[in-house]
Design a protein around this ligand. Structure first.
Ligand SMILES: NC(=O)c1ccc[n+]([C@@H]2O[C@H](COP(=O)([O-])OP(=O)(O)OC[C@H]3O[C@@H](n4cnc5c(N)ncnc54)[C@H](OP(=O)(O)O)[C@@H]3O)[C@@H](O)[C@H]2O)c1
Length: 345
């Protein structure tokens, strides 16, 4: 019988995530197609995705308050933290087995022919494995910085109007998203980390805390994931930070639009920062943030490409609806403002 870690090793996790992201992207692409024949399909799909000001429906059937957005980030913070700790711990534990000295020794013996090739292959495979987990730790750290800020904003910065709602389908999609997104970021190391954690739990239950093998704690090895990264990971981190900073600013602008309780349901034209160019700069910033994660991953993992594509498709649809809403609601809406891509769209 095949067990869970064998299935993970066979790429089951990445496969499932890819199927799920593709299944999410496909209907949104249909809704984005400018064909009048697809109007009824578009209506249904965007009905599921609508929330807040663009959900102008008198019925509250199958909807939840928009302030439930904070549930996404509670899930996101807990799950990302768990994955981050497990990956970081695994990276730390595997470091002594793959020290630079050992690696150089095996390369030299391989080049001089004084050793069999299997030793070299073992070390290059281990180095690959280690690079994967170090990268996962770094990507999860960036994701943690994102979901922590979003949790804070939903609780203390945004002033959700009491009547703002979202479709239950959008709510469930959000909960799925913040489970699948952190997992996608570490999908290349997840099977190894999963096996490592299971082994540790088994050892812990079997031997008890006092009998566990304890290695000397080396604080320098702990910070390895923060420093030993490839050049493209730093470029990705820069892009991520650019999006992160602008999204924080745009969210602060949105949070300040309702100055007192009498304006709890009021909508006004926002201005400042990227709002001067587009109607949904916070969505644009989110795309930049996930673009940063994709670049930081080295753009080689199809699951992360699909995660990025889902974010782009989802936010394009929301931005088109938001822009249409602004144009209908405000006669004096700035005509040069685009929906989401400055000067273009
Ligand atoms: N990764 C993804 O796939 C994904 C998906 C969805 C959202 N997100 C991110 O989550 C963040 C929030 O998204 P959202 O759709 O909830 O944003 P939103 O609809 O713009 O709402 C954010 C907050 O600002 C208020 N607001 C918006 N426009 C306003 C205006 N003109 N006047 C006064 N108040 C206004 C809203 O009020 P109401 O309470 O009245 O609506 C709400 O409290 C975004 O940065 C987005 O990128 C990401």
């Amino acid at each position: 019988m095949i067990d869970v870690d064998e299935l993970m090793e066979m790429g089951l996790l990445s496969g499932l995530l890819r199927v799920a992201w593709t299944a999410g992207i496909f209907p949104i692409l249909i809704a984005l197609m400018p064909s009048s024949r697809l109007d009824s399909v578009r209506e249904i799909i965007s009905g599921f995705a609508k929330r807040g000001k663009i959900m102008q429906s008198s019925t509250t059937r199958l909807t939840v308050p928009q302030k439930y957005f904070c549930h996404f980030y509670v899930v996101g913070v807990l799950w990302t933290t768990l994955l981050l700790v497990a990956n970081w711990w695994y990276a730390y534990k595997m470091t002594p087995y793959m020290s630079e000295t050992m690696l150089y020794a095996s390369v030299i013996s391989y080049l001089t022919g004084s050793s069999d090739t299997s030793s070299f292959e073992f070390h290059s495979e281990s180095t690959n494995q280690k690079n994967k987990v170090l990268q996962s730790v770094f990507l999860l750290l960036l994701m943690e910085a994102h979901v922590l800020r979003r949790l804070y904003e939903t609780m203390y910065i945004f002033k959700y109007s009491p009547s703002a709602r979202m479709h239950i389908f959008g709510y469930l999609t959000g909960l799925y998203f913040y489970t699948a997104a952190p997992l996608s970021l570490c999908c290349t190391s997840a099977p190894d980390v999963f096996k490592f954690v299971i082994n540790w739990i088994e050892e812990f239950t079997f031997r008890g805390e006092n009998q566990m093998t304890i290695n000397k704690f080396n604080e320098w090895e702990i910070i390895v994931p923060l420093v030993r990264q490839r050049w493209y990971t730093w470029i990705g981190a820069g892009l991520f930070s650019w999006g992160w900073i602008h999204q924080r600013r745009c969210h602060a602008i949105l949070g300040m639009l309702r100055k007192n309780k009498t304006q709890a349901e009021a909508y006004v034209i926002p201005g400042g920062d990227w709002f001067n160019q587009v109607s949904s700069p916070h969505y644009l910033a989110e795309i930049v943030i996930y673009g940063g994660l994709l670049v930081a991953s080295g753009c080689a993992e199809p699951t992360i490409w699909l995660l990025f594509s889902f974010v782009v498709a989802n936010l394009l649809l929301a931005a088109v609806e938001t822009h249409r809403w602004y144009l209908c609601k405000f006669e004096n809406y700035p005509s040069h403002r685009r929906a989401i891509i400055p000067f273009v769209y």
